[in-house]
Design a protein around this ligand. Structure first.
Ligand code: ATP
Length: 250
């Protein structure tokens, strides 16, 4: 068995709203091993965001355990949790979350600023490498507003990669993109998963997007109702090549 990146054991999350108690997660358990590409699906209100916030160390469970790369997050202080998050996880969001007045290069350098041991020269080298991995070498001086939606998401992926995290956590990362651009992003993620062995956890409500991953975990009412390996993983690169030329060049 490979290294367990996520080890989630009977996770529960309860929200108290005045006298009302909401059981958002009702005992979730699963393991994600290094190198997996997992999608988390489920309808609105099923608990995806609540789970993602816990996986991303932005929130703590009410009950149960969560081990991120072997570390039990329950035992960490706020500062330790922030450190773990910065070192282990690269986030990619639907809305890109880029700094508007800052160049592509500086946006990617940002996660490295928290580490005072990294010199500005090394920081720039690492950022350029990450930008190369997402094929944005020729856009390093551009502002986010000077990039297309797909390029902005590739920039966000470069920023997620620059710390060499053990896992990329994506929240509806293709939600704002058209089909062709979504497939380009999925093709890039498949490449990072297959060639660089990056573990990817991708939240989506689109089955079409989930079919590019190798495993799908489905939530309903705060529980896992399905956890299936995808035997016929689609290749986003092939799907892109098969798009009509007019679509592809648009
Ligand atoms: N901070 C909170 N306080 C109270 N209830 C909450 C809070 N966050 C989430 N909930 C409740 O927990 C349940 C799960 O919500 P969650 O946002 O995780 O669902 P979701 O699957 O991400 O939905 P969507 O796809 O619409 O984003 C819902 O019933 C929601 O109302």
């Amino acid at each position: 068995m490979g290294n367990k990146i996520l080890d989630i054991k009977n996770l529960k999350r309860v929200f108290k709203m005045g006298s009302e108690i909401v059981h958002a997660l009702k005992g979730i358990s699963f393991i994600v091993e290094e190198g997996e590409f997992v999608t988390i699906m489920g309808s609105s209100g099923s608990g995806k965001t609540t789970l993602l916030n816990i996986i991303g160390c932005l929130d703590k469970p009410t009950d149960g355990d969560y081990l991120l790369d072997g570390v039990n997050v329950k035992l960490l202080s706020r500062n330790e949790l922030a450190g773990l998050r910065n070192n282990k996880i690269g986030f990619v969001f639907q809305s890109y979350n880029l700094l508007a007045r800052t160049s592509a290069l500086e946006n990617v350098e940002l996660p490295l600023m928290y580490n005072s041991k990294i010199s500005s020269k090394v920081r720039e080298e690492k950022a350029k490498q990450a930008l190369h991995a997402v094929r944005l070498d020729d856009r390093i001086d551009h502002l986010p507003s000077q990039l297309s939606g797909g390029q902005q998401q590739r920039l966000a992926i470069a920023r997620a990669l620059v710390n060499e995290p053990v896992m990329i956590l994506a929240d509806e990362a293709t939600g704002n993109l058209d089909t062709k651009t979504s497939y380009e992003i999925m093709s890039l993620l498949q490449e990072l998963n297959q060639q660089q062995k990056k573990t990817i956890v991708f939240v989506t409500h689109e089955p079409d997007i989930a079919s590019f991953s190798s495993r799908t975990i489905t939530l309903k009412d705060g529980k896992v109702i399905k956890d299936t390996k995808n035997e016929n993983v689609r290749s986003a690169k092939e799907e892109l090549a098969a798009l009509p030329v007019s679509d592809y060049n648009s």
